[in-house]
Write a protein that binds this ligand. Structure first.
Ligand code: HEC
Length: 162
């Protein structure tokens, strides 16, 4: 009786492995869902997921010009703006903002002069924010390298250039 039960069990197991359901377990690792070498991984967010931070929206130019700098020009904020300016802007616009940074010299036209009374300084805070975010002519966009508040810190610091 016991032997018959065991052979029945073995027969059922064997039969199960022949049916397509067993293929899923027995499949070659090469055929798995993993990305193949050199294959571009498509990492889409899971279905029905929603962004928790929202997407940044920078209005087009006439409206962007009216944006108000949410960063107050406190000493700490200006120091932060200066530190960011040195990393992200000095290579092209130079430490004084004259547009004479070592990388900037290679540009035609050369980077804008950002000092008071210059072309660059005539922009409103909102325009400066939009230029930094989206770039302008040969100037690269910084919206993916700098958070919005970091860009506003730089705008606050630009007002300090002499
Ligand atoms: C890789 C070089 C480069 C870097 C880095 C760079 N700029 Fe510029 N920037 C330029 C060039 C070139 C122009 C002139 C673009 C033109 O007129 O075509 C310019 C123009 C500008 C203007 C005037 C734009 C206009 O349309 O009147 C402002 C303001 C400005 N840059 C601010 C900044 C600030 C702030 C940073 C740092 C976050 C920065 N730039 C970083 C190259 C650069």
């Amino acid at each position: 009786m016991r032997v018959r039960l065991l052979s029945l069990l073995a027969a059922v197991t064997l039969a199960a492995c022949v049916v397509p359901a067993c293929e899923k377990i027995d499949r070659n690792m090469w055929d798995s869902k993993a990305f193949k070498p050199q294959e571009e991984p498509v990492r889409l967010p899971p279905r029905d997921s929603v962004p928790t931070m929202g997407k940044e929206h920078i209005p087009p130019m006439p409206e962007a010009a009216k944006l108000v700098n949410p960063v107050k020009p406190t000493e700490g904020a200006l120091l932060k703006g200066k530190a960011l300016y040195r990393v992200f802007c000095v290579p092209c616009h130079g430490a004084s903002g004259a547009g004479d940074g070592p990388v900037g010299k290679k540009y035609v036209p050369t980077p804008a002069d950002l000092r008071p009374g210059s072309h660059g300084s005539h922009h409103s805070d909102g325009e400066l924010f939009a230029v930094i975010s989206n770039g302008s002519g040969g100037m690269p966009a910084f919206r993916s390298d700098l958070a919005p508040t970091e860009r506003w810190h730089i705008v606050a610091y630009l007002r300090l250039l002499k």
